[in-house]
Design a protein around this ligand. Structure first.
Ligand code: GLU
Ligand code: ZN
Length: 491
């Protein structure tokens, strides 16, 4: 048996590429899940194909309320749009796996009729015991085919009489299963290494993941599946399912996992930040998208790109099979690039008038946003800057180190600076600076550092000329008088 893949690359005579993202609504998406969605969307877009969103909610016990809404919100926020799936007017599909039970049942009937599958009446106890025996003998767990030989008529009668049964797919003996993994190249597995005839329908009548996932891909016309390496062991069994159903198999590609600093795959349990956490922290969607699109993908540009731009050059041959480290320093690098080009309105949107105890002039706020943009990692930091430049007093006061510096400089420096600034208000920064130098006898850091500390309480920040020009005169006076008083107190 052989399944191959070939990208049609905009050749209109071959069928188009169709990819999908198929999350289970069991919690919030993290970077690892989302990266799979991004690569799948990019693969479809790069081939002018279709990207669909399917929600694999058939394991009811693990579903979480609101998880679906969160998935949709995260994808939309990142600019990953789907052509088929929820909230998608143009080409509706039954995208919720739990609503597809009737469809799945038709195919269960089919594999029963053709003898590719059989009912299994083994109790949980028997299967447990079998597993323990195999474990004790140092063997991998494998179903022993106990029910494989039950006469179909007898099996049907037992089921009709109400006996609980799962359905197992017959795994042919000593068969070589081959496929070309989009990321890893040719894969060869012998059917003898699989855990025996496996469950495709649970005893409660619901479809097992392996079956529903493979069948839905085939029925939805999915041509290429990109997913995490954690699914690689499923693929041979899914190829057997599709062969038994006589349905076409997609090309599968297994991405290296995204791991955290300790080297473990990202998961909610390992404390990985969810996309919702990153959003709440103030990361920009372009930053998260551009970082994730390069996480385990080589050869991309070093500029911020939209998903459509990125798709122009996307090539699955650049996907990595090794693990990819989620590194906040890299994410922060993209955040810096994203902040530099963020629309001013987005920075202003993050402003909360309650952050400052004085009314803030709208034009001054715009100027402030432009002035401190290079100093901000997250848009909401505008609030701290606004409070520092426009608030009636420095909210957090001076640090011990700052206080020490003010004391060292002494109170006279601040009265001199205040006199100059008030006299020369409105003058060019170069003129004001020269006047400050002349009045205080200080220059360079000796002049700027204490002045900056007095005005903003900080060691660093945007140019002082810009700060002084933007600060209301009364606030400049308050800051410098407070600094002088602080320096004096200690003497
Ligand atoms: N629902 C599965 C998951 O979230 C989908 C796996 C796949 O992409 O095939 O892991
Ligand atoms: Zn059995």
């Amino acid at each position: 048996m052989q399944a191959g893949h070939r990208l049609p690359y905009r050749d209109m005579t071959t069928p188009l590429v169709k990819t999908r993202f198929a999350p289970s609504p069991t919690g919030l998406l993290h970077a690892g899940n989302l990266r799979t969605a991004i690569f799948s969307a990019l693969l479809a877009k790069s081939q002018k194909g279709t990207f669909l969103l399917r929600i694999e909610d058939s394991d009811e016990a693990r579903n979480q309320a609101d998880a679906l809404a969160a998935v949709i919100e995260d994808l939309c926020w990142l600019g990953v749009r789907w052509d088929e799936g929820p909230d998608c007017g143009q080409r509706p599909i039954t995208w919720k796996q739990s609503a597809r039970a009737d469809i799945h049942n038709e195919y269960f009937d089919q594999v029963l009729d053709t003898g590719h599958a059989y009912p299994c009446f083994c109790s949980v106890d028997r299967l447990d015991k079998l597993r323990r025996q195999q474990q004790a003998a140092g063997k991998p767990p494998q179903y022993d085919g106990h029910c494989a030989g039950i006469d179909p008529a007898e099996a049907r009668a037992r089921m009709q009489a109400g006996e609980a049964a799962s359905l197992r797919l017959r795994v042919p003996a000593a068969q070589t299963i081959k496929y070309v993994d989009i990321v890893r190249g040719e894969q060869v597995v012998s059917s003898d290494r699989l855990p025996g005839d496996f469950v495709i329908r649970r005893a409660d009548g619901t479809a097992a993941f392996l079956f529903a996932n493979a069948l839905d891909d085939a029925l939805m016309g999915v041509s290429h599946v990109l997913r995490g390496e954690d699914h690689i062991a499923n693929t041979p069994r899914q190829l057997l399912i599709l062969a038994a159903l006589d349905l076409p198999a997609p090309a599968y590609g297994h991405l290296g996992l995204v791991v955290g600093v300790e080297g473990r795959p990202l998961s909610k349990r390992s404390g990985a930040a969810s996309i919702a956490d990153l959003r709440a922290t103030g990361y920009r969607p372009e930053a998260v998208f551009n970082y994730l699109a390069r996480l385990g993908y080589s050869g991309a540009s070093e500029q911020i790109e939209t998903l459509d731009d990125f798709a122009q050059t996307f090539d699955p041959a650049h996907l990595a099979k090794g693990p990819a480290l989620f590194d906040y320093r890299q994410l922060d690098h993209w955040q810096e690039l994203a902040m530099a080009q963020a629309p001013l309105a987005d920075l202003l949107d993050a402003f909360d008038a309650d952050a400052v105890d004085q009314p803030v002039d709208a034009v001054a706020l715009e100027h402030l946003a432009e002035l401190v943009r290079p100093n901000m990692r997250f848009p909401q930091e505008i609030n701290d800057w606004a409070a520092r430049l426009f608030g009636s007093h420095l909210l957090k006061g001076y640090t011990d180190a700052a206080r020490q510096r003010l004391i060292t400089v002494g109170p006279t420096f601040f009265s001199q600076a205040l006199a100059v600034i008030e006299a020369d208000r409105g003058a060019e920064w170069s003129v004001l600076k020269a006047a400050l130098e002349a009045a205080t006898g200080l220059r360079g850091g000796g002049l700027m550092k204490p002045l900056r500390l007095a005005l903003t309480g900080l060691e660093s920040g945007p140019g002082l000329g810009g700060i002084i020009a933007l600060m209301p005169a009364a606030i400049v006076r308050q800051r410098l008088e407070t600094a002088a008083a602080t320096a004096l107190e200690a003497n």
